[in-house]
Design a protein around this ligand. Structure first.
Ligand SMILES: Cc1cc2nc3c(=O)[nH]c(=O)nc-3n(C[C@H](O)[C@H](O)[C@H](O)COP(=O)(O)OP(=O)(O)OC[C@H]3O[C@@H](n4cnc5c(N)ncnc54)[C@H](O)[C@@H]3O)c2cc1C
Ligand SMILES: NC(=O)c1ccc[n+]([C@@H]2O[C@H](COP(=O)([O-])OP(=O)(O)OC[C@H]3O[C@@H](n4cnc5c(N)ncnc54)[C@H](O)[C@@H]3O)[C@@H](O)[C@H]2O)c1
Length: 470
């Protein structure tokens, strides 16, 4: 087997796999180095298992809103079995075969930069092999969960998203530290699957702090109505677990401590840059790997290093990592062939608009583009339009007591949308219409002629435009 390839990718998550596929499509030879499982965090411990656990909980909530349907208790064993199927029982054989079929060479082991265009692979038996790249090395190593330096926390063996998505026995009492996407999704999923006493400890005053405030408020109301305790303004001062497997006590600056069987820490993720050999090429190993819009790392002589997905810190989302990977693979192939490397699809524009994101809770929350606060901070001439989704016929028909809201942020100078947020049951599939409108900068006067079907939730588009005055 050769040790020299046109492109070497470190990390076979969704981002790394897509670089390899695009580079090979461009006629290049490629190798990918993966230390755990081909498919990455997303396939085994993140997007896929979390959504498999959330789906029955969400569906049960939907059923509960429609009179005449019987709601039986969720069969948790069946849900966990389906989750196990969804993650291929943690077997990456099919993903490895997919990489080989690309075609690309697959190396199992830890990749480290050893110098310009050089990657050392250390296998689990300690043996090493030096690979050389003719054109490019791409970092696609993802991210790792952050465990805050709270006294006693690390020693208490808290759960991260891996243990939560891989749950085998749902704890009766669950404490969740954080109020972001992982905390909200996993608190609701595990509560719905039997964590009777679920307590969210939220440092700030709102859930989903990066989104429009109304979205977090609607979600907090839904979680509380469902029996989850959401404690905002909670400052954790210490954590204790006296014996392994025993209960864990979370001490707070104010109020009684929280006792739980497990503590899930969901306080963000950090790009996986440690022990990657970044120092060997003059980059810090503490920060995300900064890239330009062609995904090329900045500050590296000769421009042979690229970074895609979570590791560059742009947007920690699978679809954005895959989008960046398509840009990256195409750019590398074009540069290797000495062809134009600046075609429109060869630059990352989408991260700049504000990435689309869906939070798969009940209610679902989804958003694209800028929030009102972000748009104002950037100096746009902003007008905001909002509408109660429950007043849309299509939403009302989905179930009794439908609660939801839509908000659009308009750039008054150009009469185009800067951002859109929806919160409500079954709104996820609405998001792409908003993504198209924001990305294509469709004027509101033009959007008026995109007639939504009756009676769908999409009629909210019509209502928003009427609120605007059309
Ligand atoms: C609980 C949870 C739920 C999520 N749900 C969603 C969702 O619904 N939708 C969404 O868009 N995003 C979601 N995300 C985010 C999503 O998982 C990440 O954005 C995505 O996995 C990033 O892809 P990646 O390829 O950059 O990195 P990863 O998927 O992390 O893959 C990186 C790979 O690199 C390997 N690696 C790392 N270092 C080395 C090395 N030195 N040598 C060899 N291999 C190495 C790792 O083993 C890993 O396989 C979720 C995240 C979490 C934690
Ligand atoms: N459906 C999805 O798209 C989805 C689902 C899960 C995760 N993700 C991605 O994964 C990434 C990680 O998610 P996450 O929820 O861990 O991060 P996050 O950044 O969304 O939320 C982190 C939360 O932890 C809190 N926090 C941070 N430090 C803290 C501390 N020291 N003490 C107490 N609270 C603290 C923050 O205030 C925030 O509420 C996100 O960027 C997200 O985009 C996406």
């Amino acid at each position: 087997m050769s040790d020299e390839f046109d492109v070497i990718v470190i990390g076979a998550g969704p981002a790394g796999e897509n670089v390899v596929a695009r580079a090979a499509r461009g006629g290049l030879s490629a190798a990918v180095v993966e230390e755990e499982r081909a498919g990455g965090e997303c396939a085994y411990w993140a997007c896929i298992p979390s959504k498999a656990l959330l789906r029955p909980v969400e569906l049960a909530a939907d059923v509960g809103r429609v009179p005449g349907l019987a709601l039986r208790p969720i069969d948790v064993d069946a849900v966990l079995a389906r989750r196990d199927e969804a993650v291929s029982h943690l077997d990456d054989g099919r993903q490895v075969q997919w990489i080989k079929d690309v075609p690309a060479e697959f190396f199992r082991g830890r990749g480290r930069l050893r110098g310009p265009r050089q990657v050392e692979v250390t296998a689990s038996d300690g043996s090493t092999r030096l690979l050389r790249a003719r054109h490019a090395v791409v970092l696609a190593t993802g991210s790792r969960p952050v465990i805050p330096p709270i006294p006693g926390l690390a020693e208490a063996s808290p759960w991260t998203s891996r243990e939560a998505t891989g749950v085998r026995a749902v704890p009766r009492r669950l404490a969740v530290l954080g109020g972001g996407v992982v905390a909200c999704e996993m608190a609701q999923a595990l509560h719905g699957l039997g964590a009777e006493e679920t307590t969210m400890l939220v440092r700030g005053h709102a859930l989903l702090g990066r989104m429009e405030p109304f979205a977090g408020e609607l979600l907090a109301a839904s979680l509380r109505d469902g029996g989850v305790r959401v404690r905002t303004g909670a400052q954790v001062t210490g954590v204790e677990r006296r014996e392994p497997g025993g209960p864990v006590t979370v001490h707070l600056a104010e109020g009684a401590p929280v006792e739980a069987d497990e503590l899930l820490v969901a306080t963000g993720r950090r790009p996986a840059t440690g022990d990657l050999g970044l120092g060997a090429v003059g980059l810090p190993d503490t920060d995300p790997v900064r890239v330009d819009d062609s995904m090329r790392a900045t500050g590296v002589a000769d421009g042979w290093l690229y970074a895609v997905g979570d590791v560059n810190g742009r947007n920690l989302l699978t679809h954005m990592g895959k989008y960046q990977a398509r840009v990256c693979g195409d750019v590398i192939a074009a540069r290797a062939r000495g062809e134009r490397d600046d075609l429109p699809a060869m630059r990352d524009a989408a991260d700049g608009y504000g990435a689309p994101q869906v939070v798969f809770t009940d209610p679902q929350v989804c958003a694209v583009g800028r929030t009102e606060a972000a748009a104002r901070a950037e100096g746009f001439d902003v007008r905001v339009i909002e509408y109660d989704l429950g007043a849309v016929s299509g939403a009302y028909l989905l179930g009794d007591g439908y609660r939801g809201r839509a908000k659009a942020v308009v750039d008054e100078d150009r009469r185009v949308l800067l951002g859109v947020t929806f919160a409500g049951p079954d709104v996820a599939e609405l998001l792409h219409s908003a993504t198209v409108a924001v990305t294509a900068e469709v004027t509101l006067d033009r959007l008026w002629h995109a007639v939504p079907s009756f009676p769908t939730v999409s009629e909210v588009w019509l209502r928003l435009l009427e609120e605007y005055g059309l």
